[in-house]
Design a protein around this ligand. Structure first.
Ligand SMILES: Cc1ncc(C[n+]2csc(CCOP(=O)(O)OP(=O)(O)O)c2C)c(N)n1
Ligand code: SF4
Ligand SMILES: [Mg+2]
Length: 282
């Protein structure tokens, strides 16, 4: 039985790999639960890399810990699976040492906004030229459904069976307040739209912050489900004005979830450009 399964998988994988964007997919089949939104996210990432014709050997994907932390294993690029909350500092060091590489930092909501929350203001204010993908399922998935920094107030979770007493963070408003100069939100159920957002994030010369709404189908059967997400996502593209903080802050309200680019400062130099300019004067 195992032999038949493995032969079937090999054959299926070979067929699927023929589709050229799947060159960015690793041989390891994702261990995520069937129906997890993370499949949609990596699909969008593969497509973005393909459309920009990035070479696998010039990409590094850096993750922390969590179900989202497994991402570098399923992408056929270089990668680091680091410590809980530490994808941003590792990605920062990497980008400073190797400016030629395309560097993705990925993190879950617990990883990015809980234990690793102290890194976000600094990567944003320094404007390090990396693309940050926040896999926001509003829950700690890997450790079985505890409340995270984005879990809605009163939602029942494994750590708060009577309901979450805390007020959730709004990641878009947070990134804007920290001074991130490319701030966007995508949705795992729309890999094509998400691919376009990620492409813009990669092309952006500076820190790009992309929150991705995605369901944890195993530990959240009520809140961020596929159905609820689909019904609560609206495309913001027509209402976006470049570099208007006030509009961005207003549109970042919780419901319905606006999807698109909230803020985009095309003129701000990234960290290494600032360093070069400073050094020119000496
Ligand atoms: C220092 C440390 N503290 C706690 C943990 C346990 N832990 C592993 S993953 C995780 C939370 C993951 O949640 P999130 O970042 O939202 O990722 P998801 O699993 O939802 O993708 C926690 C608390 C750990 N691995 N290391
Ligand atoms: S536990 Fe949740 S986040 Fe983790 S793989 Fe399963 S569905 Fe996805
Ligand atoms: Mg999570």
């Amino acid at each position: 039985m195992e032999e038949i399964r493995s032969a079937y998988l090999d054959e299926t994988l070979d067929t699927v790999r023929a589709a050229d964007f799947l060159q960015y997919r690793s041989k390891d089949l994702p261990t995520w639960c069937p129906g997890c939104g993370y499949f949609g996210i990596v699909d969008a990432l593969y497509r973005a890399c393909r459309e920009l014709d990035l070479k696998q050997e010039n990409i590094v994907t850096v993750s922390g810990i969590g179900c989202s932390g497994r991402t570098p294993i399923f992408i056929n690029t270089y990668g680091f699976h680091t410590l809980h909350g530490r994808s941003i500092p590792v990605a920062t060091g990497l980008k400073l040492a190797r400016e030629d590489l395309t560097v993705f930092a990925v993190a879950g909501d617990g990883d990015a906004l809980g234990i690793g929350g102290g890194h976000l203001p600094h990567v944003a204010r320094k404007n390090i030229n990396i693309t940050f993908l926040l896999f926001d399922n509003s829950i700690y998935g890997l450790t079985k459904g505890q409340s995270s920094s984005t879990t809605p107030h009163e939602m029942k979770t494994s750590s708060h069976p009577a309901g979450n007493p805390d007020t959730p963070l709004n990641p878009i408003r947070l990134a804007l307040a920290y001074g991130a100069s490319f701030v966007a939100r995508g949705y795992a159920g729309d890999p094509q739209g998400l691919k376009d957002i990620i492409k813009n994030g990669i092309l952006y010369q500076g820190f790009s912050f992309i929150q991705i709404l995605t369901p944890c189908v195993t530990f959240d059967k009520e809140n961020r489900t596929w159905k609820n997400l689909k019904e609560n996502v609206v495309d913001l593209t027509p209402r976006m004005e470049e570099k208007n903080m006030e509009t961005a802050m207003r549109l970042a309200q919780n419901e319905p979830h606006g999807v698109g680019i909230f803020f985009w400062d095309k003129k701000r130099p990234h960290y290494q450009e600032i360093l070069r300019n400073l050094n020119k004067g000496n």
